[in-house]
Design a protein around this ligand. Structure first.
Ligand SMILES: [Cu+2]
Length: 94
């Protein structure tokens, strides 16, 4: 979450399975980090922070590999993407 614009920063992030993912909220207003599937009745809701207070943070311990588009319940124009990969990226030169 960025302090100056109503967007998540960075908008998209790639992490390795097993790692924690942490959001900080440096803005003066509440925000949420809500997996898009939480807006469906699919039972695939992976994470929903609830309202994160100004100066607060939200951490997901880990996620299974996959792509996780997410948004803010309070500001639907705020959207981001988490990509969780199976294993650490290999060096390009081997
Ligand atoms: Cu928001």
């Amino acid at each position: 979450m960025d302090s100056g614009s109503p967007y998540y920063v960075p908008a998209a992030v790639t992490v390795t399975a097993g790692g924690a993912i942490r959001w900080e909220n440096p803005t003066p207003t509440h925000h949420t980090v809500t997996h898009d599937a939480c807006f469906e009745d699919s039972g695939r809701c992976a994470f929903d922070s609830g309202a994160v207070e100004p100066g607060g943070a939200y951490t997901i311990p880990n996620l299974p590999p996959g792509r996780y588009p997410y948004q803010c319940r309070i500001h639907p124009i705020m959207r981001g993407m988490i990509i969780v990969t199976e294993s650490p990226l290999l060096p390009s030169q081997t």
